[in-house]
Design a protein around this ligand. Structure first.
Ligand SMILES: Nc1ncnc2c1ncn2[C@@H]1O[C@H](COP(=O)(O)OP(=O)(O)O)[C@@H](O)[C@H]1O
Ligand SMILES: [Mg+2]
Length: 260
């Protein structure tokens, strides 16, 4: 689905991504792991159009998407989740989902004057869809709560929910489990698995929690110092000498992450 070829991203003289090449198979839940500072988030941002690469190429289903802005990628079904923006915190969770652009006609003046009936119908459909998404994510009960008032884990689920308001093909998740309690972490993992199995979403997941990676991801790709070190099952990755060395070389905290 996605092919990354020799991507570099430099910040001044610093090579955050340093010739990364990888392939994301359609229908997979691919895990991206690596020590802190490995370049995972930067690589995500390059693929998702948030940052232009210094060099290299990204293709999606054979089409060159290198450097396309997030908006264009969104319409192609490539989504990266973002934290719920500050200005949306005072809106309800349902409204936050309804805000996700999806070709509503309520936006133009023409439609405001001439399409009231259609707008009302579309709004009803959007509302129903938002509620269906909340139901799927087991958070129907927070529909009317303000997005700024829900727990960290519920926010993560809501962010995931935003990807369900459009026809996503591939979704990039950067540390969805960070700061989330175990129960919610498993709810999130379950939602990802079901979206993958029932709706055919492909996922790429950055996560430090190896338990979470183990439950979900095959294959797992390990990045270190901006380069892909290894790709395989989590067991293979954990047994890989280069991977262990990369984690060991970056200190005790990183070492614990992989259980080395
Ligand atoms: N905008 C930036 N300007 C300068 N350096 C950056 C920038 N973004 C990230 N970096 C650096 O690039 C390296 C990789 O960062 P990042 O992609 O966030 O790693 P990871 O997500 O694997 O922890 C880090 O050393 C970080 O400090
Ligand atoms: Mg990161």
């Amino acid at each position: 689905m996605i092919v990354v070829e020799d991507v570099h991203k430099h910040f001044g003289g610093f090579h955050a991504v340093d010739g990364a090449s990888l392939t994301i198979a359609e229908g997979s839940i691919t895990g991206l792991i690596g020590p802190n500072g490995a370049g995972k988030t930067t690589l995500f941002n390059v693929i998702a159009g948030v940052l232009p690469p210094t060099s290299g190429r990204v293709t999606m289903q054979g089409e060159d998407i290198t450097g396309l802005p997030p908006h264009d990628l969104f319409h192609k079904g490539l989504l990266r989740t973002f934290q719920i923006a500050h200005e949306f915190a005072s809106m309800s969770c349902r409204e936050n989902l309804m805000m996700v652009p999806g070709g509503q006609s309520g936006e133009t003046l023409w439609n405001t004057w001439f399409g009231r009936k259609r707008i009302a119908e579309e709004e009803r459909a959007l509302r129903a869809k938002a509620d269906e998404v909340l139901e799927f994510l087991t958070i129907r009960h927070i529909a009317d709560l303000k997005a700024g008032e829900i727990s960290g884990g519920q926010k993560k689920l809501l962010e995931l929910g935003r990807t369900m308001m459009v026809d996503a093909k591939i979704v990039f998740l950067d540390e969805v489990g960070a700061g989330v309690n175990r129960t919610l972490l498993y709810t999130i993992a379950d939602a990802i698995k079901r979206l993958n199995q029932e709706r055919g979403y492909t996922f790429v997941v950055i996560e430090h929690d190896m338990d979470f990676i183990e439950r979900l991801c095959d294959p797992v790709i390990c990045l270190a110092e901006g380069k892909v070190l290894a790709q395989g099952t989590l067991e293979e990755i954990k047994a890989n000498e280069q991977v262990i060395e990369a984690y060991l070389g970056t200190g005790l905290k990183n070492k614990d992450m992989i259980g080395a």
